[in-house]
Write a protein that binds this ligand. Sequence first.
Ligand code: ADP
Ligand code: MG
Length: 720
Amino acid sequence: MATAVRLDELTRLSVEELSGIGPARARALNALGVETIYDLVTYFPRRYIDRSRQVSIGEAVPGEQVLLVGRVVDARRIPTRGGRVIVEAQLVDASGKITLTFFGQPYRAKQLASIAGEVAVFGRVELFRRRRQMTNPLVDPIGDKTGAIVPLYSLREAAGLNSSDIARAVAQVFSTYSDFVDVLPPSLRDHLGMYDVYQALWQLHFPSNEQARQIARRRVAFDELFLLQVKLAQLRAEREALAVATVHDTHPFGAGEARLVEDFLSRLPFAPTTGQLTAVGEIAADMASEKAMHRLLQGDVGSGKTLVSVLAMLFAVQSGHQAVLVAPTEVLADQHFRSISALLAETKTPDSSTGRLFEGLPRPVTIDILTGSTPAARRRKLLAELADGYLDIVVGTHALFNDELSFASLGLVVVDEQHRFGVEQRSALTDRVTLQQGSSPDTLVMTATPIPRTAAMTVYGDLDVSVIEGLPPGRRSIETRWARTPAEATAAFELLRQQVGQGRQGYVVCPVVEESTKLQVRAVTDEYERLNNAELAGLRLGLVHGRMNSKAKEEVMAAFRSREIDVLVATTVIEVGVDVANATVMIIEDADRFGIAQLHQLRGRVGRGAEQSYCYLLSEAETAVAEARLGALVATEDGFALAEVDLELRGEGTVLGGRQAGRTDLKVASLSRDRELVLEARQHARAIIALDRSLAKHPRLRAMILALFGEDEADFLLRS
Ligand code: ADP
Ligand code: MG
């Protein structure tokens, strides 16, 4: 008897409940990440074949890309002289046969031999020794499934299943239940004008036609984004309801009378940009309120995020509280410590509102640094100074999350990060402090490079966002060139020599070698030696890589800053944050091996002073990806525009971090293609949560959110 079922119930039913799925098949499905019936109905086809477009093998014309369906016979391995293996097989149907040839895929022999039933083969027909063949075609076992549009599921290696097994199991779910209870409030569904969830899921597996599939995809994509946004909105609302935050004196950006920030600004050698002031204003409003701040600060490379974060920290300090700044690496922590110390050098607290030990006396703002390599004695001293309130600001790495740290009064946590690292550690710190002092510190998160708006809304969806628009004035554009030939590469090094001749400095970045850090060190060391004897002979070179201990690294960086070194040869340890205004040339070797965000971040290491700067991307690669990436870098310096290109090229996986696939992943929705859906989903989710935080009035939605984002999954969601 067919009945309606709630989708959250399906998250609790094992696929073994289906007839025809015994332990062996269940195991095979589990290997694909499909454990429950819900997992199964949301295991969407990777592709479809439209059998109305299928060509019979006898009619396949050399030069054309075609879809063929047939049976594989005679699959065998043919060893070549070079020690490689070629796999050859024949594909046959009633009209004829064609040879399939696979290079570099030795597993194919066994795989092809094990297939019972038909396979769909897609590729270009070639003529080789007057025989028709296909080289490395796409092969999908389809079993005995017939019908116009056939779903093809990703099976990975040797799952012991074919696409028709999965299709049959999916179809069985739909014949068992006459309907899936929709979690979208009816008004919202009507407003969006979409398929109901049952129809949408069915059509995504077994589309009647392409148009129906697209409508279905939109609905399923919306659901994915919507459920995620509901959870994020809920997290945000719960956090706001729970903790009372420290109320800061944000003068002159808001209420209060403390004059530290005013004094600091009056000594600043430059005026903050309008973009910086707007962001500071938003931060000030949060910090002055009893609601805990959870804000993401975005800005392009060089937009001056550091200054904005310093002003936020000074709001805390002038209110008698402390601030910490957590950086992802020691190099970066050190860099922040230096630049913030320099910014604060002249500043004295002009009034008695600050500090615990100096009550009533003007004094400098106190700042120190704590990392994993801080010596034990200094660490002990620092911990004591934090606990008794002597220290106003501490910069450091993850060492700052250590349980041993206790604060006189922590008012602000600033996190500078590349991905969403350490969310749990961060909230563990704020939770602990909140318990101790009875009010929650505010949190400001900064990203190293811009991330697209839709991605920010998804990955950082529980945070409010401030964007620093524009760059400080007087920045010249960085001349970016793609050096595609050895002659052009030589010209790049020539220009570097010239610039050094004029008193400037530069960087040469070597790519990360994947295999091992040992090899990586070898590679960069070799390149350093080579440059020393060839292109850059006679210049003073320095070498820095991730395997050096922090003291050695710091010595090289110090020598570079004080201009005892002309050119720094480095791995990407210099990627983030390094700030030497006299450096005007950045040469990136094998530039196609880096991602767009990384290249943009590297380029941002130059162009920090008044001089014209140059960035050379060395790469002879002629791949489409290289064209797209390096072409984009040459075309624009706008980090937000580059981030959009990056998202389109790389897809969501990398944006969401290298997480393992989970139930909460976006399977259908695309952050680049479905931009307006992301906005819509967020808007509707926030509207619902604003009126009904616990979803008491939306019980079905509530059950689904619980099923999808149980405690574990919620943490998972926020982890990188
Ligand atoms: P990012 O946003 O990449 O972290 P930084 O905070 O490192 O940028 O700032 C880049 C450089 O610009 C630093 O040398 C900083 O001192 C300088 N800077 C920041 N704000 C201004 C400003 N308003 N006017 C002039 N220079 C500024
Ligand atoms: Mg920075």
